[in-house]
Ligand binder design. Structure first.
Ligand SMILES: [Ca+2]
Ligand SMILES: [Ca+2]
Length: 401
């Protein structure tokens, strides 16, 4: 089994929580991992990537002791695999943390660990309606260019950051190394990394039961969508173009593409490469016209919880349909162009976006599902947030009835 962050791990498929000690590579650390270690020691099982619980290079009794400590929550260090696919360590327990990136903050709220947060990045600060409490905390500046002095001043046990070391605050580890502050880099936006990261963070923050409940809750939606999409014959699956701002699109390995495919669409640009992490390629209108998508999903950077102005999405809609030659595309002719702000499609609440995409693509099969109800449930039960969706926020255009 490869890394949970590899492209071949799909949403809705079993993942392994990337904590050293999860010897059998499932979603939890429990007695079964101890049995697995005993079998490795006894020579009846091969060593796995996550078997070396105390990360000392050998598999022995000490690993069983470490697993027992993880199960009882008494370990003083957790070894785990980060976004760079490196084994790193973080002290345990964590009492004070800094959280960078909005999707990471959402995970913190799902886990109910807000009381441990002592600082955030400027992106969370700007979302005062979605993060009414966290946005009041001190800021450590830009998510890609963290202010080290500010971090030292806040003196957390750890900084949770969403990016690989090459793309976000690259030398943070080096600068915090001697100060006793750990840097935890985990993917929290792509659909296939958000929930595995949530489970890993649950071990770090002693919220494992809560994380399990969330996984069960979300799986209910994933399974429903999966079952219904499976009933749609291959030849009736709709051909979708994802229009990303700046004349770009999203291909295999990006959260948007994964979501469209999971909802039963065929992402026309699936195999194109280019742009950031080579999953956000540029495309010209001519190519799109030639491909003639049946549905266009336009992403918008505007919209979401922070505005009540539907015009920000309508503007984006008008921009998409007015592209050169687009009037001849089936999606435009048949009024099957939909605009979504990114917020519901990425991060740990990505099932909201899946429900929305499934409804847009196959209104007959998903007519009984209500995006607003799913979203309201997510915010109320899992984000500890009262948000009046009937009067606030813009999450899709045209507005579905
Ligand atoms: Ca396990
Ligand atoms: Ca060991």
């Amino acid at each position: 089994m490869g890394s949970v962050f590899a492209d071949d791990v799909q949403i809705g498929e079993p993942f392994s929580v990337q904590i050293m000690g999860n010897a059998n590579l499932d979603q939890v650390v429990d007695q079964q991992d101890i049995v697995f270690i005993q079998e490795i020691i006894g020579g009846t099982k091969e060593k796995t990537k996550l078997a070396d619980a105390n990360n000392d290079g050998i598999i022995d009794q000490a690993d069983i002791e470490q697993i027992n400590k993880i199960i009882s929550g008494t370990e003083d260090t957790i070894y785990y695999v980060n976004l760079n696919d490196d084994v790193e360590s973080v002290k345990h327990p964590l009492n004070n943390i800094i959280v960078v990136y909005d999707n990471t903050a959402e995970i913190i709220r799902i886990l109910g660990a807000q009381d441990k947060v002592v600082g955030v990045d400027s992106m969370i600060l700007e979302k005062s309606k979605y993060f009414p409490e966290l946005s009041q905390l001190p800021s450590i500046g830009e998510r890609k260019d963290c202010n080290v002095e500010k971090i030292l001043e806040l003196d957390p046990d750890a900084v949770f950051i969403h990016a690989k070391s090459e793309s976000g605050c690259p030398d943070l580890e080096e600068k915090l190394k001697d100060k006793g502050i750990d840097v935890v880099r985990l993917g929290t936006w792509e659909s296939h990394t958000a929930v595995p990261s949530l489970m890993l963070m649950a071990y770090m923050l002693d919220k494992v039961d809560r994380a399990k409940q969330y996984v069960t809750y979300q799986e209910k939606y994933l399974n429903t969508i999966k079952e219904r999409v499976a009933q749609i014959p291959e030849e009736k699956r709709l051909r979708v173009f994802i229009d990303r701002p700046g004349d770009t699109t999203t291909s295999k390995g990006s959260g948007y593409s994964e979501s469209v495919e999971f909802a039963g669409g065929k992402n026309l640009a699936k195999n194109l490469a280019g742009g950031f992490q080579s999953v956000l390629p540029a495309v010209d209108s001519e190519w799109v016209v030639k491909e003639n998508p049946e549905v266009i999903i336009g992403l918008s950077w505007d919209g979401g919880h922070e505005t009540d102005d539907l015009d920000v999405l309508k503007k984006r809609y008008d921009e998409v349909v007015a592209k050169p030659g687009f009037s001849s595309i089936d999606a435009v002719k048949n009024n099957r162009v939909y605009i979504t702000p990114y917020i519901n499609v990425l991060g740990p609440g990505y099932h909201i976006g899946l429900v929305q995409f499934a409804k847009w693509l196959y209104p007959e099969q998903f007519g009984d599902m209500d995006v607003k109800i799913v979203q309201d449930e997510y915010m109320t039960n899992w984000q500890n947030l009262y948000f009046d969706l009937n009067n606030h926020g813009v999450f899709g255009y045209p507005v579905s009835t």
